[in-house]
Design a binder for this molecule. Sequence first.
Ligand code: NCD
Length: 466
Amino acid sequence: MKLANRSMVTIDDLSNGEVLALFSLADEMSISMKEQHGLCGGKIMASLFFEPSTRTRLSFEAAMHRLGGSVITASDVGATSLAKGESIADMARVVGSYADIIVIRHPWEGAAKVVADYAGIPVINAGDGGHQHPTQTLCDLFTLKKERGTIKGLKIALWGDLKYGRTTHSLIFALAKFGADILFCPSPGLEVPEHVIDKLITEYGGEVEHYKDSEVEEETLFPLDAVYTTPSSPHQLAMMPDISLHVELKSGVDALYVTRPQKERFTTGEEGKDLKKEYPVVDKKLLRDKAFRQTLVMHPLPRVDELAYDVDADKRSMYFKQAARGVPVRMALLALLLGVKDVKIPEVESPSPIDYHIYNRVSGLRCPNSRCVSIQETETKYLKPEFKIVNYEPLTLRCVYCEHGIEPKFVASADWHEGKLDTKKYHSADSHWVHTIKPENLIVFNTEEEARAHGFKPSHFTGGHR
Ligand code: NCD
């Protein structure tokens, strides 16, 4: 499959083979940076950064300049028509008519998907709220691959703010896809969100083990929330339920992936907490432990207090290399999506995306995530809520934009019995009806009021929800 004219909204948009092909091209380009100037002559990249950025924006812009292309830019919502109430779709259509490729960073989760749906040109997600940051993940994987030769089988500990750190969300899925083991070391209260764990389990067949503090207090160096391990062929795991490798931090890890507290996304309650006291710090002293003898210290940057400056001189520190590698990695990505370079995609194992049934009926269901693009006032005029039906027990829908999950309480069928109005009934989502109704006929409601408002009456199976 060719990469030309495609977008990169989430890390799922590239197969493992495509990622490896991109890395070969990035390697090739990094050896002869100055010789790439002829590749993108006449091409324009629109760089739209509506959240602060240093590395991502400048490395994308440097990459386009190195390829001989031009850059147009908007970096402040206040200075664009978005501030006048323009929708993201309208902006995307317009910018899509000015440029050949768009790179967008936006605080709303799922915003990059909307841009990709409407721009008509390739779109790259440079971070959409706390959702994903797939190109940072490419830089992270590229570094792992260069330093360790492979990603499969590595043990990577993710450290710090795993709740709002979008780089960790993309990285979790990528590591799972490549068959690495992941250890979660969150700062208390900033654990990996449920919807990320759910996707890890349903889409990548991951197994998550939770450790209670009491079980591991003596064993580990710091509180370990959960261990996730992948089998050698991740996409098979769903059919192999007994795979469970027990990995502990004390047995050594290949990389510690440190992140800063994403304070800009904290809720009011979280802001009030004294995070500094609880947030784990990586410093020279910690790295003296024998478990970390061979450990790469990674960080997407910027750092605040979670990574001491005394680690910088250590040869295990990788963060400035990760940042520097952003240019060749992004050059390769731009060249491939713009179709000015072609690569041979190696045939490697890669989990194939699951073809979920899409739910997009107007039944009052909205994404529960207040940061989701699909529920913002300017966007609801044209965006229909859309979900993937990812599970029937319990019935779980996943927003196609921000990927948060929702478990609706009631179900009904659009094809009610004999078409008679008095058979137009709704049922509890945990009754047998959820399996009886065909996915294409499924209607879901969060409350009985919603079901009644749509003309449905309660059946005998509204259970405890009545
Ligand atoms: C990250 C981001 O913006 O998510 N920075 C980056 O792009 N390298 C990480 C962060 O801001 O903490």
